[in-house]
Design a protein. Structure first.
Length: 313
């Protein structure tokens, strides 16, 4: 009987002793695991912030973009840029090129998080939303917009409201090169290659065509240059604008057609033939007939040439 009692007491003591380490181990695991996870999360967040700040600039976001991305950006904001040109006289080509360069064609972090396409800082007059971003100094204040078009508007207002940019508005509206170098000279950017970058973007993506659309000019491509010729309006007075070239200073040569038997038109409403136009399409545009245009120009058939000047009325 004593042996049985002794055996039961021994079994009870062993059972109590083995259970205590399990409870301590469980507590240690529960206590230490969250600390370890918390430390790892903090490092990941800090590292991601450091990478973001070191790889991107506000003025020229360090992002790689494809021509497809840039073309998509242009299609999205070309109308906004042209409207700003109409209202504030800043060339649409310059606006779009700056937007592409400074926002990384819409892919830069400041653009994505704040709809700020031009790196516009808060300044004293700003009362809207803002974000903090490392630029020339740490955690600088930048404007945040609900609509990206408001960023475009403020960019134009910024240029028109600062006296040191006033000389730019005395330039020919087609002189995007003058604008590009003028922005650098006026202190807009510190990058010594800023003008060349803008000009390269404008010419690569033909952004100067949007300037011509605002001012009522159309491009007539030739072998060496792109000439801008004023598209006539039915006002009774003919006019051909001065030539503007994209690369070389050639004189505009208006193409003549051997089908025209009379001298060059000197008065009345005229039309300069564009690529792809037909005599029928031109007659419909001016609410006249093919036969009347042929009679006015002593034409023997309906053949016309690009650049040919036709008398309409």
């Amino acid at each position: 009987m004593k042996k049985i009692i002794y055996f039961l007491l021994s079994f009870f003591l062993v059972s109590c002793g083995t259970s205590k380490p399990r409870i301590q181990t469980t507590k240690k695991v529960v206590h230490t695991t969250p600390q370890k996870k918390g430390t790892q999360n903090e490092k990941i967040i800090n590292n991601s912030q450091n990478i973001s700040n070191s790889e991107e600039l506000v003025a020229t976001s360090r992002v790689k973009v494809t021509p497809e991305i840039v073309n998509g950006y242009v299609l999205q904001f070309k109308d906004v840029a042209m409207n700003n040109m109409k209202e504030h006289k800043v060339p649409a080509s310059i606006i779009l090129a700056q937007g592409i360069l400074e926002s990384g064609a819409g892919t830069g972090s400041l653009c994505r998080t704040a709809n700020n396409h031009f790196g516009i800082k808060c300044h004293k007059e700003w009362t809207g939303d803002s974000v903090r971003y490392d630029d020339d100094a740490a955690q600088e204040c930048f404007r945040k917009y609900e609509n990206p078009s408001h960023s475009y508007r403020d960019h134009s207002l910024f240029l028109t409201s600062r006296s040191w940019y006033a000389p730019l508005f005395k330039l020919d509206p087609y002189d995007y090169k003058g604008w590009a170098y003028g922005l650098k000279k006026s202190g807009y950017a510190t990058d010594p290659k800023y003008p060349e970058k803008l000009i390269s973007i404008i010419e690569r993506y033909k952004l100067h065509e949007y300037d011509s659309k605002v001012l009522g000019f159309v491009f007539v491509p030739s072998v060496k240059t792109e000439n801008l010729i004023k598209e006539p309006k039915p006002s009774g007075q003919p006019f051909i604008a001065k030539e503007v070239t994209s690369e070389v200073k050639d004189t505009v040569k208006v193409l003549t057609n051997s089908n025209t038997l009379s001298e060059k038109p000197t008065k009345g409403t005229t039309h300069t033939v564009l690529q792809g136009e037909t005599l029928y399409a031109i007659s419909k545009k001016y609410n006249t007939t093919v036969e009347q245009i042929r009679q006015k120009n002593n034409m023997i058939d309906n053949a016309i040439a690009i650049g040919q000047v036709l008398i309409i009325f």
